[in-house]
Design a protein around this ligand. Structure first.
Ligand code: URA
Ligand code: SF4
Length: 210
């Protein structure tokens, strides 16, 4: 069995469409088999901003597009609040296949383990290389640890520019699904405020570059 996704990368990894096509057949880890399909990143190849989530959810797995379920709706709201159109950003995930546990008829999301995240990293690297964004927004601890290592502490480092060769502007923030996990209206709203605040930092840094 392949040890990671690198065996499946196309000859021209700078071509986003070639990447997307090749990722359909990735067998770089064991997640492809129970999942419906690869959920690759989407957005313009010349996007100034790339957002990276964790792993597709149930809806994303069925529909084949990133962030189209409840977490995606939260993300859309936050983007809108800071004046960024979803159509102008590229949205992807650290891991491209849905990971779940079946409980009766329901498929419960599971967090990918470190091996799966590592196996999938060639796709994310290739997407970032192909797009070369000015701003990179990292959604949640899984994506942050994928790119910055396991010592990254999201709540200590969120919302402030991070030094990295990944992009001129790099901001980490909470995952939109943290909002959905809030137990009451007030806690959901405070998570929502964090996401919006951090996205605003990224949006303003991007605006200042022109
Ligand atoms: N959560 C993610 O991290 N990514 C998606 O695409 C959907 C939900
Ligand atoms: Fe390949 Fe990533 Fe899917 Fe694993 S999760 S099979 S590495 S695309």
């Amino acid at each position: 069995m392949a040890v990671d996704a690198s065996d499946f990368l196309p000859e021209r990894p700078d071509d986003l469409e070639a990447l997307r096509a090749a990722a359909r057949d990735c067998r770089g880890c064991d997640l492809w088999e129970p999942a419906t399909q690869t959920v690759f990143g989407e957005g313009p190849h010349d996007a100034r901003m790339v957002l990276v989530g964790e792993v597709p959810g149930d809806r994303e797995d069925r529909e084949g597009h990133p962030f189209v379920g409840p977490a995606g709706r939260e993300l859309d709201k936050a983007l809108e609040a800071v004046g960024i159109a979803r159509s102008e950003v590229y949205i992807t995930n650290a891991v491209k296949h849905f990971k779940f546990e079946e409980r009766g008829k329901r498929r419960i999301h599971q967090r990918p383990d470190a091996k799966q995240v590592k196996a999938c990293r060639p796709w994310l690297r290739a997407e970032l290389d192909a797009i070369g964004p000015e701003a990179l927004v990292i959604l949640g601890a899984t994506a942050a640890k994928t790119l910055f290592g396991s010592t990254f502490r999201l709540m200590a480092q969120r919302g402030q520019p991070l030094e990295s060769d990944l992009a001129p502007i790099v901001i980490a923030t909470i995952h939109p699904s943290a909002i959905l996990r809030g137990s009451d209206h007030a806690s959901r709203q405070s998570q929502r405020d964090l996401l919006t605040e951090d996205l605003r930092v990224a949006a303003q840094a991007l605006a200042a570059r022109r």
